[in-house]
Design a protein around this ligand. Sequence first.
Ligand SMILES: N[C@@H](CCC(=O)NCCCC(=O)O)C(=O)O
Length: 249
Amino acid sequence: MHQPLIGVTACQRHIEGHDSHMVVNKYVNALRQAAGVEVVLLPALEQGLAPGILERLDGLCLTGSYSNVEPRHFGQAPWPDDCRYDVDRDGSALSLIRQARQLKLPMLGICRGLQEMNVAYGGSLHHRLQEQAGMLDHREPAHEWKDSHYDPAHGINLNPDGLLYRLTQQAEFMVNSLHQQGINRLGEGLIAEALAPDGLIEAISDPSLPFALGVQWHPEWQPDQHPLYQAIFTAFGAACARHQSTICA
Ligand SMILES: N[C@@H](CCC(=O)NCCCC(=O)O)C(=O)O
């Protein structure tokens, strides 16, 4: 049997004078090397992708992105500042999550991907966490050196009844942090898998599905050096392989 084939969400970017669909290499590398799956890019289309695509795949990965989910998707007015949006990414991601739920397709959301999952489940997001009373500054360090942006930034406590604790048998971890939006109202049917020291929900899952996990941090960054990050990709790859075997049975 072939490796499981999973769809990874693209973002819209203007590259070398052309509007482009793109994904950062580290997501593809971690999925292929740490999860053991093959990857196809799912274009970012505001109207969403046609039904029938996810039926041909064994999993869905929703990547991070510097752009932000438009607040209209959770019933709020546009943010007051010149926030960076990606309407095509929003359209694709939210429709893919809804389709994946119906298909019970394994789903892994990373950073923006967690936020999209929460919104697709009817939840809402904080904007500019660093301006919320009592919240940590969850943004990456201001300096330019990219690699250090993914250094461990804060601790998380795992839900002892959650998937991540079952996978790791460890209650606390340090994770990286590169975001300024975060979960406000938790979506219907999701559970909190991990909390930051300020109480922010840092990971979610839908226990009614075979595998539906969202994490606010970036496990695709050097998973071979972080047991928690590796455990996430190992479990996602295994869930995609199980899905593939049920579909091919
Ligand atoms: N824009 C949102 C989500 C942040 C996010 O996904 N960051 C990713 C950084 C680039 C990468 O590593 O892919 C927010 O600010 O909360």
